[in-house]
Every structure is written in structure tokens, then in C-alpha cells.
Design a protein around this ligand. Structure first.
Ligand SMILES: [Zn+2]
Length: 85
């Protein structure tokens, strides 16, 4: 998996998870219903999965070190390898 795909899949999972949990939080009709759990729990899992994708795949393809959580990273801060997308 390359860095672009890692970013895409990771953020998609995180935003999808937040979206699902926001539905439960902001739709009053769902309060105290079992449906709320069926939305909130997959939402939480999705967010966690996105985080795990970053933990596992957010690395420099050259030196294998974990990259910092930073937007617009063009070069690896450890080995100077080009990370351009
Ligand atoms: Zn590197």
C-alpha cells in the first residue's frame, strides 16, 4: 500500500466513523434506542480501523520509519526520501 492509498483509506475510515457517531449524537429520535448502538459501534470501529491503517502503513517507503502526523509532507524527515504524491 503506498502513502497516497494509506492517507485516502485512513481518512475515509476515520471520517466515516465520525459521521456515524455524529448521527447518533445529533439525531434525538435515536436516543436510547438499540439502533443507536448499531450505528455508533461500527462508527467507532471504523474510526479505530482508520487509526490502525495509519499506525501500520504510515511509514517512509525508503527507510521504513514512522512518519510524523503532518500534512503536505514532501520529504522523509529521517532519510530525505521523496514522498511526493
Ligand atoms: Zn525515510
Amino acid at each position: 500500500m503506498n502513502l497516497f492509498m494509506t492517507k485516502l483509506i485512513g481518512w475515509l475510515l476515520i471520517f466515516f466513523g465520525i459521521f456515524l457517531m455524529a448521527i447518533v449524537a445529533f439525531v434525538p429520535a435515536l436516543e436510547d434506542t438499540i439502533i443507536a448502538w448499531f450505528i455508533a459501534i461500527p462508527g467507532f470501529i471504523s474510526m479505530l480501523a482508520g487509526y490502525i491503517v495509519f499506525l501500520i502503513f504510515w511509514k517512509c517507503p525508503y527507510c521504513g520509519k514512522h512518519l510524523p502526523w503532518q500534512m503536505g509532507l514532501d520529504f522523509c524527515p529521517y532519510c530525505g526520501g521523496t514522498l511526493g504524491e
